[in-house]
Design a protein around this ligand. Structure first.
Ligand code: KG4
Ligand code: ZN
Length: 368
């Protein structure tokens, strides 16, 4: 039976940042895709003392963990390598040492088991996740909002992406992480800032909403961090220190600025998208920042206003994982694509190559 119609079982590997992950996904064209296993080994504690991901430490940890994750993923799926049709691996973009570790591991598996190898773009993994979780049809609008990336994409096919806009500097997750650092909160910063913000007054500090005065869907987050630093120092100067309520108010005001910015730019992206695709109006989010409740609610409202469906995959599939890589690999493999032993690891790999490179597309943030 041909690849296009038979049941496929794909092993996926992910190691582009600070999560080592392996997963097995199975799909037959007449049924919903099934995630048979999804194993993620995080490295948060390894990097905790450094206030950010240290690429060399990350790469070494991936080398140590990849085979264990593969073993665990196969065991949880109740399968052996003999049951796997192909191995898919993140071949970029990301921290090069980590990507290389994954690509080399996948090549070893492909050669050893005599199965095809598929190189997957990590961003495509995020962008195709709503098809794994909700089987939505192409096209749809996607906001990818994570620790290293922030962009609006029209997803037209598993290898066809049009970028409508993106951050020109920091990614929002990075801004959350830096905010947490400036306020003495733990990493990752997003959940810590969100928790603090719950008890805060979002109107106390008037943080900027950068680029709202300019047309288009590009975004900027680096000015927010500077504004937060100034506000923090002013409070400290005036009061001789930072009280708990000050911290909560700073977090709430910062989160409100990110929320408003993402919501307004989403409205604009939806307007552009629905003009060309009125019949298939679906708006999906992915990436760690999509876990933020206030942001999720604002995006839901923006979608409702545009008469678009709103999809947010479960949190474990919003953040980095290997099920999304297995799925993106499966879609490519069905289309007859695969790689060979010359597959390279790419630190940069934009999804929409027709557009000029984004300054903020992961250059400053390690994560994607
Ligand atoms: O998608 P992810 O796990 O990794 C990549 O960036 O690929 O996203 C991690 C980012 C971190 O910057 C983290 O602070 C942010 O997502 N994040 C959040 C929340 N949970 C995670 N940001 C805001 N609110 C949250 N609840
Ligand atoms: Zn990612």
């Amino acid at each position: 039976m041909s690849r296009a119609t038979r049941t496929l079982t794909i092993l996926g590997l992910e190691s582009s940042c600070d999560d080592t992950a392996a997963a097995v996904v199975r799909h037959s064209p007449s049924a919903r895709p099934a995630i048979l296993s999804s194993v993620v080994a995080g490295q948060t504690e390894l990097h905790a003392a450094f206030g950010g991901v240290v690429p060399e430490i990350a790469a070494r940890a991936h080398v140590e963990k990849l085979d264990l994750c593969v073993e665990a993923a196969l065991e949880q799926a109740g399968l052996s390598l003999a049951d796997i049709d192909a191995v898919a691996v993140t071949a970029g973009p990301g921290l090069i040492g980590g990507v290389l570790s994954g690509v080399m591991c996948a090549k070893g598996i492909a050669a050893g088991a005599g199965i095809p190898l598929i190189g997957v773009n990590h961003l495509a993994g995020h962008a195709l996740t709503p098809r794994l979780t909700d089987q939505i049809a192409f096209p749809y609008l996607m906001l990818l909002v994570s620790g290293g990336h922030c962009q609006f994409l029209i997803v037209r096919g598993n290898d066809s992406f049009q970028r409508l806009g993106g951050t020109i500097d920091d990614a929002p997750g990075e801004a959350f992480d830096k905010t947490a650092k400036l306020l003495g909160l733990g990493q990752p910063g997003g959940p810590a800032v969100e928790a603090e913000a719950k008890g805060g007054d979002e109107t106390r500090f008037a943080f900027p909403r950068p680029l709202l005065d300019r047309p288009g869907c590009d975004m900027s987050f680096s000015g927010l961090k500077t504004a937060l630093l100034r506000a923090r120092d002013q409070v400290i100067d005036e009061q001789g220190g930072l009280r708990g309520q000050d911290r909560a108010d700073l977090c709430a005001s910062f989160q409100a600025a990110v929320r408003d910015l993402l919501a307004e730019k989403s409205r604009r992206a939806l307007a552009v998208y629905t003009q060309d695709n009125p019949a298939e109006a679906n708006f999906a989010v992915a990436g760690g920042v999509a876990a933020n409740q206030a942001i999720r609610e604002a995006l839901t409202t923006a979608a409702q206003e545009a008469d678009a469906g709103f999809l947010a995959p479960p949190l474990a599939l919003c953040t980095d994982n290997a099920a999304m890589i297995a799925w993106a690999g499966l879609e490519a493999f069905r289309d007859g694509k695969s790689a060979d032993m010359t597959l390279g690891a790419r630190p940069r790999w934009p999804l929409d190559t027709a557009q000029p490179a984004l300054l903020g597309s992961g250059k400053k943030g390690a994560k994607a």
